[in-house]
Design a binder for this molecule. Structure first.
Ligand code: MLT
Length: 270
């Protein structure tokens, strides 16, 4: 992995391939490796950039709280560091989607397309935000294990658990090796994120929404409703996938992404 200094933090990232830049933004509390099924396959046609967000993987940790806006600004600064001045497609999963909404608020002009995977536009309810803050404190005291125990059973489709148990084990270890301070800081940032429902009709670039049919955290009905609120949107459900559809069903998700990106290239929207 390479590293770049952005906003006074070192961010680790993969930069592979050529062509339309596709910025892959991972979910919580993971790192760029959740895009393992996309990076090699999609970099045959496109320039794939997959960072570890601030606080995760091999990137620097900032203690306290890291807001979704900070992460969005880090992504814009990473594009600057890579001297990418053309417009890019941002693809965010779950927390990556929350960050995408902040990127639109602050840096919409840098986008020629948006991919929202297994995410939601609504903010946390007060109860959900309080539970997150409690979990952040617990992770700081005990490390990531309690978070693993609460998240793992909700992340995957039953088909993945049965047929691809190694995928579940891999994600368990990705969470366990993350720094407890980075996890807590992002959880606090998510707890105070804005509601983005009103932003959806203002999105003015082509948008692809991808959701696992068995996603329990950002269910298909919710993502379908988001798709209907976005002007130029395309909605794809992936069978036998849960909240981590790109990891659970890479071939199907790659086909949807590749088709969407080819359409953007053909429209000359760069
Ligand atoms: C994620 O996958 O990024 C998380 O489910 C986001 C969240 O906890 O809201």
């Amino acid at each position: 992995m390479r590293t770049a200094i952005v906003n006074k933090a070192s961010l680790a990232y993969i930069d592979s391939g050529q062509g339309l830049p596709l910025l892959l933004v991972h979910g919580f509390p993971l790192d760029h490796t959740m895009w393992g099924g996309q990076i090699e396959a999609l970099s045959r046609q496109f320039r794939v950039i997959a960072p570890d967000l601030r606080g995760f993987g091999r990137s620097d940790v900032t203690e306290g709280k890291v807001t979704m806006r900070q992460m969005a600004d880090d992504l814009a600064a990473l594009l600057d560091a890579l001297q990418i001045t053309s417009r890019v497609v941002l693809c965010g999963l779950s927390m990556g989607g929350y960050i995408a909404f902040e990127f639109i608020r602050a840096h919409a002009g840098r986008l020629c397309g948006l991919i929202l995977c297994d995410t939601r536009a609504s903010a946390d309810t007060p109860e959900a935000a309080a539970a997150r803050l409690q979990m952040a404190d617990r992770v700081l005291r005990e490390g990531p294990a309690p978070l693993v125990e609460s998240m793992i059973p909700r992340l995957f489709s039953p088909a993945t658990v049965e047929r691809h148990p190694h995928v579940v084990e891999t994600i368990r270890w990705v969470i366990m090796r993350n720094d407890r301070r980075g996890i807590a800081a992002a959880a606090r940032g998510m707890a105070e994120r804005a509601d983005s429902t009103e932003l959806l009709p203002q999105i003015n670039c082509p948008t692809l929404l991808v959701v696992g049919q068995d996603d329990a955290l950002s269910p298909p009905e919710q993502m379908n409703q988001m798709a209907r609120a976005i002007r130029d949107s395309q909605y794809v459900e992936i069978p036998d996938a849960g909240h981590l559809a790109p990891l659970e069903r890479p071939a199907e998700v790659n086909a949807a992404i590749s088709h969407f990106l080819q359409r953007i290239v053909a429209a000359g929207a760069l």
